[in-house]
Design a protein around this ligand. Sequence first.
Ligand SMILES: CC(C)(COP(=O)(O)OP(=O)(O)OC[C@H]1O[C@@H](n2cnc3c(N)ncnc32)[C@H](O)[C@@H]1OP(=O)(O)O)[C@@H](O)C(=O)NCCC(=O)NCCS
Length: 157
Amino acid sequence: MSKTTLSVRDYVAADCDATIAIFLAAIREVASRDYTPDEIEAWAQVEDRNAWATRRASRPTFVAEWEGVPIGFSDLEADGHLDMMFVHPAYQGVGAASLLFAKVEDEARKQGLGRIFTEASLTARPFFERRGFTVIARQSVEKRGQRLTNVRMEKYL
Ligand SMILES: CC(C)(COP(=O)(O)OP(=O)(O)OC[C@H]1O[C@@H](n2cnc3c(N)ncnc32)[C@H](O)[C@@H]1OP(=O)(O)O)[C@@H](O)C(=O)NCCC(=O)NCCS
């Protein structure tokens, strides 16, 4: 059966390792243009695979696929918080994040949420701005001894 080149589906437990790999690669190879090597090292860590799996399964999580292979993922928490938006470095710019965000927005509307909010990396900020988010504030967050700048953003639906 042929698969549409780019598609989005719900996360399943078997996606755990693929989503970890996408997360790590996206930070190390893409977000690294906006953060120092020490900041990247502090951010690109997944110490507890089980905790990751539990968190992914605890909320709607969506996986983007390219010809059936996972290349990105995003999620939506019950209060409208979008925690994760990561796309594999080899598949930047093919529309995966856009398709994932359309799915997240759909889900938020279905749930009757009035707002989606996130802490965007400096790398992802332009993406979220083009998707209708506005900046609430820049902030500095502590991760494993490093202080990383990100941007609190929101979109009213
Ligand atoms: C931010 C990120 C999720 C965007 O993912 P993506 O799948 O490449 O985004 P899309 O393909 O849907 O493109 C979104 C827009 O950015 C543009 N774009 C994305 N990558 C591009 C590239 N390499 N070259 C040119 N344009 C690019 C697209 O043209 C598109 O423009 P539009 O809004 O005018 O349509 C991705 O860059 C990423 O994983 N970054 C690193 C991890 C990170 O910081 N995540 C966010 C944590 S909050």
